[in-house]
Write a protein that binds this ligand. Structure first.
Ligand SMILES: [Zn+2]
Length: 57
Protein backbone atom coordinates (compact mmCIF):
# COMPACT_ATOMS: atom_id res chain seq x y z
CA UNK A 1 0.00 0.00 0.00
CA UNK A 2 1.07 3.58 -0.50
CA UNK A 3 1.27 4.47 3.14
CA UNK A 4 3.28 7.62 2.61
CA UNK A 5 2.72 8.26 -1.05
CA UNK A 6 0.97 11.27 -2.43
CA UNK A 7 -1.50 11.12 -5.25
CA UNK A 8 -1.16 13.80 -7.86
CA UNK A 9 -4.57 15.36 -8.13
CA UNK A 10 -3.93 17.92 -10.83
CA UNK A 11 -1.24 19.85 -12.63
CA UNK A 12 -1.55 23.44 -13.75
CA UNK A 13 1.07 25.10 -15.89
CA UNK A 14 1.61 28.73 -14.99
CA UNK A 15 4.09 31.38 -16.01
CA UNK A 16 6.19 30.54 -12.97
CA UNK A 17 6.14 26.79 -13.32
CA UNK A 18 3.82 23.94 -12.69
CA UNK A 19 1.44 24.01 -9.78
CA UNK A 20 0.94 20.51 -8.47
CA UNK A 21 -1.94 19.61 -6.25
CA UNK A 22 -1.45 16.37 -4.40
CA UNK A 23 -3.43 14.41 -1.90
CA UNK A 24 -1.65 12.65 0.90
CA UNK A 25 -2.65 9.22 2.10
CA UNK A 26 -4.24 10.98 5.08
CA UNK A 27 -6.44 12.92 2.70
CA UNK A 28 -4.71 16.27 3.13
CA UNK A 29 -4.43 18.39 0.00
CA UNK A 30 -1.18 20.15 -0.68
CA UNK A 31 -0.01 22.56 -3.34
CA UNK A 32 3.54 22.66 -4.60
CA UNK A 33 4.98 24.98 -7.20
CA UNK A 34 7.54 23.23 -9.36
CA UNK A 35 9.67 25.89 -11.04
CA UNK A 36 9.99 25.88 -14.81
CA UNK A 37 12.84 23.71 -15.98
CA UNK A 38 12.27 20.99 -13.43
CA UNK A 39 10.92 18.00 -15.27
CA UNK A 40 8.84 16.81 -12.37
CA UNK A 41 9.67 13.16 -12.86
CA UNK A 42 11.49 12.91 -9.54
CA UNK A 43 8.55 14.55 -7.91
CA UNK A 44 6.10 12.04 -9.30
CA UNK A 45 8.33 9.04 -8.77
CA UNK A 46 9.74 9.68 -5.34
CA UNK A 47 7.36 12.21 -3.94
CA UNK A 48 9.99 13.39 -1.48
CA UNK A 49 9.46 16.96 -2.55
CA UNK A 50 5.91 16.81 -1.33
CA UNK A 51 5.90 16.03 2.34
CA UNK A 52 2.86 16.19 4.50
CA UNK A 53 3.56 18.08 7.73
CA UNK A 54 0.70 16.19 9.27
CA UNK A 55 2.07 12.73 8.55
CA UNK A 56 5.77 13.55 8.29
CA UNK A 57 7.74 11.10 6.21
ZN1 LIG B 1 -0.61 13.23 5.38
Amino acid sequence: MNTNANTIVSLHTTSEGVVVWSRCSCGRLQMVLVPSGFDGKGLAAGGHDIQCPHCGS
